[in-house]
Write a protein that binds this ligand. Structure first.
Ligand code: PMP
Length: 451
């Protein structure tokens, strides 16, 4: 038995993996990773895989990055954790200063959570309590788009609109107002995202005009609905949304968990539209893919609504054991330093051009590629049965999953979303690796359709 196989046998005995039908593991067991360096992961048998999905969109500067390793080690030798209520520490203070410095203007206060979903829960609760304390008791409902994804806990799942993840739990979820999301690939208005005026915003406008008295917040993934299949939409949509929220005293919550920290080419996706949300959720890239940490970053206006004498009961009595974890904070701080020292946003502009070039060379001519779309360091191809009708494949066929299996065998981790194959590599990827990534994607797609 190979080294890897014996680990796979042991894994199967006790471990239940996330977002998986465990029966699939009978024929496609989990790859046991021994180590990682840069964009590559290496399994127990020495085989290497290019991590084209940044290990679930978290990794920024490669696996086992020396600068981050050193920052983590240094912090671990000083302070690993301390209760964050009535205590604080240098790493959290510096991180808060650093993050406010790079966040959209107006965001000035930071609340710490420990994963993306918890940041979303924090934002939802903050908004609800804010309006209660401002005397707008009727503002109790949330608005979120169809196809939205905001995490897996019950509140986050409620605002999520991807049925695959939420359908079974519907009886448990809160009622959410759900206008139809932009769909630029199959635009019902016959427009193109690069120069449209976001006509699709009318669905949002309609519900807000009708129900604004009941709406506390609108939560949105700015610029890209990631889990829905990297659905990129116009910045004009966000501009209109900001105006609408201002007009009707509705909090705008930007879920930048997937798209923040340079993924879309700007530090935060909201920058494309030059808007500031009232609350911004970040996680994933915050620690460059090292540790679970998240932040809800908000305006003074929100913060001030909670600031009063204790007996008024206006405090935000929300906590997580690992709030403000010093190890996470130190790593996040080093991440911000790397952004500055290495001019990551500028460097990524060059890389995203190479991504575009190589994808166009290797992918566009394939008969089943309906669209290639890209925003900064996120690229995706949508597979279709027929390019003219844009008809997609039946989900039961699991086209993406089959292609994923082929690509992994060939040394690239793609992990598609339904019929969408996306590329979200660590920023340290070089030209040769970009070529390799698209070459393997091409071979895997071709092999699947030629079978
Ligand atoms: N929001 C968005 C936009 C996400 O993409 C994700 C994770 N994929 C989450 C929230 C949830 O984050 P986590 O998995 O850390 O709970």
């Amino acid at each position: 038995m190979s080294n890897m196989k014996s680990y796979q046998e042991r894994d199967k005995k006790h471990i239940w993996h996330p977002c998986s039908q465990m029966k699939d593991y009978e024929t496609f067991p989990p790859i046991v990773i021994k180590q990682g360096k840069g964009v590559f992961l290496e399994d127990m048998d020495g085989k290497k895989y290019l991590d084209a999905i940044s290990s679930w969109w978290v990794n920024l500067f490669g696996h086992s990055n020396q600068r981050i390793n050193d920052a983590l080690y240094k912090q671990a030798n000083k302070l690993e954790h301390v209760i964050f209520a009535n205590f604080t520490h240098e790493a959290a203070i510096e991180l808060a200063e650093g993050i406010i410095n790079v966040s959209p203007k107006g965001l000035n206060k930071v609340f710490f959570g420990d994963n993306g979903s918890s940041a979303v829960e924090i934002a939802l609760k903050l908004s609800f309590q804010y309006h209660q304390q401002m005397g707008k008791n009727r503002k109790t409902k949330f608005v979120a788009l169809t196809d939205a994804y905001h995490g897996e806990t019950i509140g986050a799942l409620s605002v999520g609109g991807v049925d695959l993840y939420s359908n079974i739990y519907k009886p448990l979820l809160m009622e959410v107002i759900r206008p139809t999301a932009p769909d630029c690939f199959r635009c019902p208005y016959g427009k193109e995202r690069k120069n449209c005026d976001a006509q699709c915003f009318e669905a949002m406008e309609k519900v807000v005009l009708k129900q604004h008295n009941e709406i506390t917040a609108i939560i949105i993934e700015p610029m890209v609905q990631a889990a829905a299949g990297m659905k990129i939409y116009s910045a004009n949509y966000l501009k209109k949304l900001r105006k609408l929220c201002d007009a009707y005293d509705i909090n705008l919550i930007a879920d930048e968990i997937a798209v923040g920290f340079g993924r879309t080419g700007e530090m935060f996706a909201c920058n494309h539209a030059n808007i500031s949300p009232d609350i911004m959720c970040v996680s994933k890239g915050l620690t460059a893919g090292y540790l679970p940490l998240s932040l809800a970053i908000m305006t003074d206006k929100i913060y001030n609504a909670f600031y009063d004498d204790y007996p008024t009961m206006k405090a935000f009595l929300h906590s997580h054991s690992y709030s403000g974890n010093p190890l996470g904070c130190a790593v996040a701080l080093e991440t911000l330093k790397i952004f500055e020292d290495e001019q990551i946003i500028n460097q990524n502009k060059i890389k995203s051009k190479i991504i575009k070039e190589k994808a166009e060379e290797r992918i566009l001519d394939l008969p089943n590629v309906g669209e290639f779309r890209q925003l900064g360091m996120i690229a995706a191809i949508e597979l279709v049965k027929d390019k003219t009708t844009k008809e997609g494949f039946d989900w039961q066929k699991r086209v993406g999953y089959q292609i994923y299996k082929i690509a992994v065998e060939k040394g690239v981790i793609l992990r598609p979303l339904g019929n969408v194959i996306y590329f979200m590599p660590p920023y340290v990827i070089n030209e040769k690796e970009i070529k390799f990534m698209f070459q393997i994607a091409r071979e895997s797609i071709t092999m699947y359709f030629d079978r």
